[in-house]
Design a protein around this ligand. Structure first.
Ligand SMILES: Cc1cc2nc3c(=O)[nH]c(=O)nc-3n(C[C@H](O)[C@H](O)[C@H](O)COP(=O)(O)OP(=O)(O)OC[C@H]3O[C@@H](n4cnc5c(N)ncnc54)[C@H](O)[C@@H]3O)c2cc1C
Length: 399
């Protein structure tokens, strides 16, 4: 694959860059800079609306439902520019996960009801997969859906459900047949979060924020018409969704932005009267992280080249998840080291724009510890890195 962008690709890159630089409302950009993981729903929705108006609301969807029809290289350029531009992350659950599933397997009524509100940023979704006893071994899940007339009656308990407290809808894996092989008795059901019998309980994460939840279902009645595809075939749709979850998982653009920020911070923070950046050993560690990041980027480009040649990403895409999340965590650690003791006080409300007290320590330190603590989970969510290594061992190295 030619890694140098051709003239057409460069023009596309300029168009994306200009759009992101000029259309982002300043208050949203400031919020993203302060607290990238805690951008309020109103801001994410407004930004999604602007992307939709530009025709870029859901690049990965088929064109007939609002997708852009971009080729793999254009998608790569767009993702890289997007991640590097301090834009709010698009809500992944609607756009990247359930949207493509509805496009591919939904009924006309489901497409009519859901696709528009997702792409316009009007309705938010959450992902009801994990349970207290089913995480990596997801197929063992036990939340039960029992058919009763035109409804399913759902009972069970989901956990680690990101943004369930903001979500209008959940896409949920439920067990509809307990008497067959685990993967064969699962159905993929869309649940309106305002349905009676649903209780959402917060889990406050180590960074002091409310992002995660437990969700309890007590005799929740959901129309059978909300099931995606065939009963007991939910695992097929869940696997299709995971393929889409991989998009941009390496976070190369985001980490490049972090490298810039790290250098800025290390350039002004002092250690023994000298800037942290002037310390050769610190600089060497930044270089190591940059080299690792470049390796991830090249791997991503190799996988893209395969995609361009008509071959879908194979199990080797797991290396992107591992490499990308490790680099991100290293960069977070280095930023913490660079600001030194000022990383220690990290009041959760320091990231609130309404807060009227000055930050404890330098302004560029606000949110760094929260980000570092939250992203410790990056090697767990989206399929833990240990599981990714198992995939590589079995499916790539054939061990
Ligand atoms: C911040 C965050 C957000 C999340 N958001 C969501 C969400 O929105 N929706 C949702 O459904 N879930 C969500 N999850 C859950 C996430 O998908 C699970 O945490 C993940 O799949 C791991 O499952 P588990 O926590 O049950 O750990 P376990 O599966 O119990 O694993 C525990 C440890 O054992 C290791 N392990 C397990 N099995 C193996 C094996 N076979 N070989 C080697 N090592 C193994 C794991 O890597 C891990 O280190 C989120 C998790 C986090 C941390």
């Amino acid at each position: 694959m030619d890694l140098v962008l051709n003239a057409e690709e460069q023009a596309f890159q300029t168009q994306v860059r200009e759009f992101l630089a000029t259309k982002m409302p300043p208050e949203i950009q400031e919020r993203v800079r302060l607290a990238p993981s805690y951008v309020p729903k109103e801001y994410t929705g407004r930004w999604q609306q602007l992307l939709y108006e530009q025709g870029w609301g859901a690049p990965g969807w088929p064109v007939e439902y609002g997708g852009t029809g971009w080729n793999a290289m254009q998608k790569y350029i767009y993702d890289a520019e997007y991640q590097a531009a301090d834009c709010p992350r698009q809500s992944p659950f609607g756009i990247s996960m359930v949207g493509p599933v509805i496009c591919a397997f939904g009924t006309d009524a489901q497409k009519e009801q859901h696709l528009g509100p997702i792409i316009r940023g009007e309705k938010f979704w959450c992902q009801g997969y994990s349970e207290p006893d089913s995480g990596s071994d997801l197929a063992s899940l036990s939340t039960r859906a029992v058919a009763n007339g035109d409804d399913y009656v759902i009972n069970g308990h989901k956990i680690w459900t990101s943004h369930a407290h903001h979500a209008d809808w959940m896409f949920c894996l439920t067990r509809t047949d307990p008497d067959c092989k685990p993967q064969e008795g699962i159905s993929f059901i869309l649940i309106d979060m305002s349905t009676p019998g649903i209780t959402v309980k917060p889990i406050i994460s180590i960074d002091g924020h409310h992002y995660l939840n437990e969700v309890f279902f007590d005799d929740v009645r959901v129309p059978v018409a909300n099931r995606i595809g065939e009963e007991n075939k939910g695992w097929t749709y869940a696997k299709f969704l995971l393929g889409h979850e991989r998009t941009g998982i390496a976070g190369v653009g985001k980490s490049k932005r972090k490298v810039e920020r790290l250098k800025d911070i290390a350039g002004v923070e002092l250690d023994g009267g000298q800037s942290v950046l002037s310390d050769p050993s610190f600089r060497a560690r930044i270089s190591q992280a940059e080299v690792a990041l470049q390796a991830v980027e090249f791997t991503q480009l190799r996988i893209l080249a395969q995609e361009k040649a008509g071959q879908p990403p194979g199990p080797e895409a797991s290396t992107l998840k591992i490499g990308g999340t490790q680099v991100e965590q290293t960069l977070n650690e280095l930023m913490i080291e660079a600001i030194g003791n000022y990383a220690a006080p990290f009041p959760a409300d320091a990231q609130d724009m309404e807060r009227n007290e000055p930050p404890i320590g330098p302004a560029h330190g606000v949110g760094l510890m929260q980000e570092r603590l939250l992203r410790r989970a990056a090697t767990i969510y989206g399929g833990s890195n240990e599981i990714q290594r198992n995939i590589i061992a079995k499916a790539v190295l054939e061990l």
